[in-house]
Design a protein around this ligand. Structure first.
Ligand code: TNX
Length: 537
């Protein structure tokens, strides 16, 4: 009886264009109403733009650049068409990133308040087409069908991020573009670039040539895991940096795909590479080497006037390259021995009525925050930022756990959740480590990413609104190339895209896995080196 019933349901679902479950769209849209039949891309299909704007055109252009090579069709624009894809801005759609997408056998209609919404509608439409649409060369395919459906969609959170650490390993601009392409397909809208750390400085700053000639390079790199003893090194000079022109081009590329880049300049810790070029910014010591090991280093910038002037100059340049709202000022993992030993820091604390070194650190970061904020920008910092007091307006990235985020939201600071237990994609994703490439240590399976809810339970109604979203972090100590970047990020980033985009009450890990099985064919067409443990069936 049960079998017959499921067969009837399956048949019924098959006749309808799309069921919520059969559409393999990731992240899952907020609302899908299945329709009847399907729309087919043919040479008669044309995009009809009802409200012209550069942003709308760009979103359409990118869709055409995707579908024309694989289909061999010459789909373009027309004032009208018998089989149109109608694109229209509509101020009645309330969420600036939301959209309505209606597919019938005769037409496709896309409405959104902004070009971002139009872009996201196209990403959904793309995922409703067969995976072969992703091919860069023409493929023989009998028809390019899109199942009929009506989709109303908008993100759950305004901040949907991934971080890429380009210090521990350095990735060419083209690799980052590919990372952005994949992010955009999954409706992520912030790429956090970790640009400076103990092991390198990756951003060109005019007027400070040693940042390029000294800080950007390490003598050699640790082989194997940090915990392996004794430490062995590869003997190969390693490094590089992005020129200002490259970064500006990357910003443009990302903006076209509705991804904003958040640049991070680390301070006062994780500063060894900077100190290698500018030892005068330390409290004591005159010789520092760009780090060859991973881990936490004792080298801190000294909270003196020269340091602030230097950092302000750097941040001025950074703001000139990166036009978006947020500038990340680091602030994590600062062992305080050097400050404790310093007469200067001791006096600083007395002068400013500070009792602890944590208060001194927050005081340091508050000064930097004010500088950045004076340019109309906003700072983001790791959750250590508030260990010694408050920094008005600072956005807190809660990484040590959820507590930093909870405390920040209670103080009225906005929060991006990135607790390592749920969001660190440098951790192993499979139980049997011996079967895996070397990774950082802990274990973060796909299911755990999927199950994560960025809103901590202990927050009250009012406090919840301070949670802007969540971010997955890809630290690259053990990730040397783009293939491994993709292996660690996917499919966990697919899961995080649903955490940050899809309505919490529609999430289901099993249904996600079903969609992911379909979605993986698309990733395969895109030649993404995703981890296949859970898709082998
Ligand atoms: C902690 S998360 C760090 C990074 C490391 C990472 C390795 C954070 C703000 N700091 O410097 O790369 O752990 O998992």
């Amino acid at each position: 009886m049960r079998y017959i019933l499921t067969s009837i349901i399956a048949l019924y679902v098959g006749l309808l264009g799309a069921s919520a479950q059969s559409l393999p769209v990731i992240p899952l849209p907020a609302e899908i109403k299945p329709g009847v039949g399907s729309f087919t891309l043919t040479s008669a299909t044309k995009i009809v733009v009802k409200t012209e704007s550069a942003g709308v055109r760009k979103a359409c252009d990118l869709f055409l650049a995707l579908v024309n090579p694989s289909t061999g069709l010459d789909i373009g624009y027309a004032p009208s068409s018998a089989f149109p894809i109608v694109v229209e801005l509509d101020s009645l759609i309330t969420n600036p990133e939301g959209y309505q997408l209606k597919v019938t056998p005769r037409d496709v209609t896309i409405r959104a308040q902004t070009p971002a919404g139009i872009f996201y509608a196209f990403q959904t439409l793309r995922q409703m087409l067969p995976p072969m649409i992703e091919s860069r060369t023409m493929v023989a395919h009998d028809s390019w069908k899109i199942p009929a459906a009506e989709i109303n969609d908008a993100p759950r959170f305004p901040y949907r991020g991934l971080m890429l650490d380009v210090v521990r390993h350095f990735f060419p601009v083209n690799d980052i573009k590919r990372y952005i392409d994949l992010m955009a397909m999954h409706k992520f809208n912030y790429l956090h670039l970790h640009l400076t750390d103990d092991q390198g400085w990756r951003i060109e700053i005019p007027g400070y040539p040693e940042l390029q000639s000294i800080s950007a390079w390490r003598k050699e790199t640790l082989i194997g895991h940090l915990n392996d003893e004794p430490h062995r090194y590869d003997g190969a000079r390693y490094g590089g940096y992005y020129t200002q022109a490259e970064l500006k081009e990357l910003v443009r590329y990302a903006a076209d795909r509705h991804v904003a880049i958040v640049p991070e300049i680390e301070m006062p810790g994780h500063a060894t590479a900077l100190l290698a070029a500018h030892p005068e910014l330390a409290c004591s010591g005159s010789y520092f080497e760009v780090a060859r090991d991973w881990g936490i280093f004792p080298n801190l910038l000294c909270p003196k006037e020269d340091t602030f002037l230097f950092l302000e100059h750097i941040l001025f340049e950074v703001m000139n390259i990166f036009p978006d709202k947020y500038i990340h000022i680091g602030g994590d993992e600062c062992p305080k021995e050097q400050w404790q030993k310093s007469e200067f820091c001791h006096n600083m604390k007395i002068q400013n009525d500070l009792q602890t070194d944590e208060q001194l650190q927050t005081w340091f970061m508050r000064r930097i925050a004010r500088y950045v904020q004076s340019y109309g920008r906003q700072v983001i910092g790791w959750d250590e930022l508030l260990d010694g007091g408050n920094i008005p307006g600072a956005v807190i990235m809660s990484w040590r756990g959820e507590q930093g985020g909870v405390a920040a939201a209670r103080k009225g600071n906005r929060v991006i959740m990135t607790p390592h237990r749920y969001c660190y994609f440098d951790y192993y994703q499979w139980r049997n480590r011996n079967e895996e490439p070397l990774a950082a240590g802990s274990y973060l399976p796909l299911s755990m990413v999927y199950m994560y809810d960025p809103i901590p339970k202990e927050l009250t109604g009012d406090q919840k609104q301070f949670i802007m979203g969540a971010q997955g972090n890809l630290w690259t100590e053990y990730i040397a190339d783009e293939r491994q970047v993709e292996y660690m990020a996917y499919p966990r980033a697919c899961a995080l895209s649903e955490v940050t985009w899809s309505p919490a009450d529609r999430k289901s890990y099993n249904l996600f896995l079903n969609r992911l099985r379909e979605h993986s064919k698309r990733l395969e067409m895109l030649n993404v080196n995703f981890a296949r443990h859970l898709l082998a069936k």
